[in-house]
Design a binder for this molecule. Sequence first.
Ligand SMILES: Cc1ncc(COP(=O)(O)O)c(C=O)c1O
Length: 375
Amino acid sequence: MFEDRTGTDALKFDGVSLRYGDSQHSVLPMWVADMDIPPPDNVGQSINAFLAGHYGYQMQDIAPAIVDWHGRRHQPVQDHEVVSCQSVIGGIKSVIEALTQPNDTIALFAPVYAPLIEVVRACHRTPVLIPFDVETGPGRGDLDGIPKNIAMLVLCNPQNPTGHVWPQNTLVALASLCQRLRIPMVCDEVHSAFVSPTVSFCSALQLAGDLRQTTIVLQSATKAYNLAHIPGASYAVIPKASWQQQVRRCIEQCHLYSGTLSNVSLMAAYSEQNDGWLKDVSLQIHSNRKQLEQGLAYSSLAPVNSEATFFCWLDLTALYPSQEQVARLLFADTGIAANDGASFGSPGWVRLNVATNPNNVTEALKRLQLLWQQI
Ligand SMILES: Cc1ncc(COP(=O)(O)O)c(C=O)c1O
């Protein structure tokens, strides 16, 4: 299932020294949000077949594959609700520009994937970050921190970097609030394919009636099927007709819809024949996450209880009290390349990507244990 991608120009492998400097240890690449697992075979086959026989502008419709994929997950989507976009962040930019005004305030729960904050700033809107307790995970209590003057709420569900799944009752409460405020609840659900078998993920698409109408879901084939190199086609599902038209106009004006190769790859990836592949990958990631959690349970390094995503979120402040550049220090001390928590608003923490060979997780545990014994 897993590949060592050293020497293939893979950023996660070959970009380590540029970013992290040197280490006397061999490199364990556990940063960058992709997987060391090749995509399902039919994706490459479809792209090759497509390239061999098609030219010029194309009109492939990705909506039926998307409707079907979500349908198999009990997430109702209708063809006309699908709006194609080149990337998730690009799609969110179009949603913000279409549905809010410059200087508006947009709320997000933190720690969160930094580009979600940056895109708000890039649109000349003001992000308001609402902290949630990473040990207990997000809950209804966090709603109190939401200012009532916001023009949009952007939710990352499952949460990158902590791996929390937003509980259904909190999602309902958030959507009810957004409905009362008449603002969109924009949900980035790109990590929702990898959820622990014991946890149930509630998509905003599963909310009832009016609450569903107040939500916009961003989704993509990139994370689940490891297509960041294509990149995988992304799309928004926008139930409310007026918002949908405004966003579609914004995307179409600047030709920001997904490209044909992305569409071909999404249609291949989303076919039912790959459901077994996705399940196997998800179970392996879950097992890797648990291995890391249990392997560090003896120390304050134990990651927060991740329920989804291929990330583990670790507090390294006991190792590096200065909380500065901890990912670089960790790399120098162990060869483990992790994402620095500072970029998510949490200096002193790191995000480890466990979508890798379980042997790498075992090796990371060994090196972390040695480091722990030294303090
Ligand atoms: C939560 C989340 N949203 C969006 C993205 C990026 O998506 P895209 O490259 O399609 O903009 C990532 C990438 O890691 C992510 O983790």
